[in-house]
Design a protein around this ligand. Structure first.
Ligand code: ADP
Length: 485
């Protein structure tokens, strides 16, 4: 891996705590493997609670002087960090593809996407405005100010090893908070490389620490039980989100949760079918189906069902499965054996309930963690895919007749993150957009993520928003000052 980079030192084998690059006190490490090839590409420190506590202490020390700086100064450092992330885009993308498996072109895109949050929130730092409210009595004045919440902690998954961290650390630092991150144990290298560049950008020691650990539940407990931490921000499964919310309750900690989804993707009979196919490919197969906003259920109106299925099949068969490092690859491996098993179990379940394979339908000939991009037709409500997120290259096609019926089916889930539909009729577009019980709705597009919009879910998909001016609010407390004159 190092030989492929112009800056080999961006692959770190130490963790970044309190401004120092350290090994574990215990001497323990864990391996990082390349999911396309199965080989070990690095080992990183396996830290425990005491080291996390040290990171939290350092964060507390660094936070107050950071918050006291002018917003413009904080913005300048974030801007420098953004510039360094973009200057090293290629190296960061190679590191990501090596540890995560996504095609290099997607990895480059993610580096730019992640960096865009650092740029955006640096700018937002200067716009943390308060309010003045006319006093409730003649001799009273009321002003509202917003202040950083203090020390924030984050836990992130492996599917976007850079962007999921950038979306949290950038608003935290912009707001004047300090931040400790525990990246996924499957993808710690991207996080450490980000920290290396943050250090070079002038982010003060202790303000941003990266805790690598294979004992995620211990780290989660330290984050929730250490009284210095006032904010927890998590991206991952709904199941782990519930555990963390319960743990955070003891200290009444402010929480943001970006949890699972089960996105419906609806193609109405007035849709542009070619555009709908392009959108479905982007939305279902990006990152090999391993995103929380990936289409999980594709509903197609009866009149265009066969035509859509034929075009979609052709597009899926044109996907190129392989090592993300190779030119032309559009679909990498899945992240780990458990992920392959899940795709297989959703497929087996669908087939046992009447689903028919249109294309794909088995592990890929490449072996390992590769799976054929798969479409099944005749999907039905009783299939597991309706209640559980597949997180893989499995696309079930459901046939529907009626608009109200498909809205009801689309909403029939505990999740509420992203939904998509394709239609042209303006009243239908308006009605369906409003009726879908989701935090994000893509209309005639399969790509919805951007730093300028408030990403987040409703129902059991989460709490809070990331990105946009709303994203910084998650790291701020509001205070009103009532002054007698
Ligand atoms: P995924 O299925 O996407 O891996 P998880 O929710 O299992 O999602 O993991 C997301 C992140 O949460 C990872 O960094 C993982 O290490 C961490 N994690 C998993 N279990 C716990 C836990 N009990 N407490 C704290 N963090 C956890």
């Amino acid at each position: 891996l190092k030989s492929m980079l112009s800056r080999a030192d961006l692959v770190c084998d130490t963790a970044y705590i309190g401004g120092a690059w350290i090994a574990a006190q215990s001497g323990k490490t864990f391996d990082v493997t390349n999911p396309a090839r199965g080989d070990v590409i690095a080992t990183v420190p396996d830290l425990g609670r005491s080291e996390v506590a040290a990171a939290i202490d350092a964060a507390q020390t660094a936070q107050k002087p950071w918050a006291a700086r002018a917003a413009k100064e904080r913005a300048q450092i974030l801007r420098k960090w953004f510039d360094l992330l973009m200057a090293h885009q290629e190296d960061l993308a190679i590191i990501m593809t090596a540890e995560q498996g996504k095609p290099l072109a997607e990895a480059r895109g993610e580096i730019a996407y992640g960096a865009s949050f650092v740029e955006w929130f640096g700018e937002e730092a200067k716009r943390i405005y308060g309010e003045t409210i006319p006093g409730h009595m003649a001799d009273k004045r009321i002003t509202v100010i917003k202040q950083p919440i203090g020390v924030a902690a984050g836990i992130t998954p492996w599917n976007f090893p850079n962007a999921m961290i950038a979306r949290k650390v950038a608003p935290a630092l912009a707001a004047g908070c300090a931040f400790v991150i525990k990246p996924s144990e499957l993808t710690p290298l991207s996080a450490l490389a980000m920290a290396k560049l943050a250090e070079e950008a002038g982010v003060p020691a202790g303000l941003f620490s990266v805790v690598t650990s294979s004992s995620s539940s211990d780290i989660g407990k330290e984050f929730c039980e250490n009284p210095v931490v006032r904010k927890l921000t998590f991206t991952g499964s709904t199941q782990v989100g519930r555990i963390l919310l319960a743990q955070a309750a003891d200290q009444v900690m402010k929480c943001s949760m970006e949890l699972g989804g089960n996105a419906p993707f609806i193609v109405f009979d007035d849709a542009d079918l070619d555009e709908a196919v392009t959108g479905a490919i982007a939305c279902k197969f990006r990152n090999n189906g391993q995103t929380c906003v990936c289409a999980n259920r594709i509903y197609v109106q009866a009149g265009v069902y066969d035509a859509f299925a034929a075009k979609f099949k052709a597009a899926v068969e044109a996907l190129q499965v392989g090592d993300g490092m190779q030119d032309g690859t559009t679909l990498g491996p899945l992240i780990e054996p458990k992920a392959v098993d899940k795709v297989q179990s959703h497929l087996d379940d669908a087939l046992s309930k009447g689903g028919q394979v249109l294309t794909g339908g088995k592990p890929h000939d490449l072996g390992g963690l590769f799976f054929e991009p798969t479409i099944i037709t005749q999907a039905s409500k009783d299939m597991i895919v309706c209640t559980d997120e597949t997180f893989g290259p499995f696309a079930p096609l459901f046939k529907f007749e009626d608009e109200d019926d498909v809205i009801a089916q689309a909403n029939d889930t505990i999740f509420g993150l992203a939904a998509y539909f394709y239609a042209k009729d303006i009243s239908r577009v308006t009605k369906v957009s409003e009726a879908l019980e989701y935090g994000i709705v893509g209309v005639n597009t399969g790509i919805i993520s951007t730093e300028v919009a408030p990403f987040g879910g409703i129902k059991q998909s989460g709490l809070g928003r990331e990105g946009s001016s709303h994203g910084i609010e998650e790291f701020l407390e509001m205070k009103y000052i009532c002054t007698g004159i």
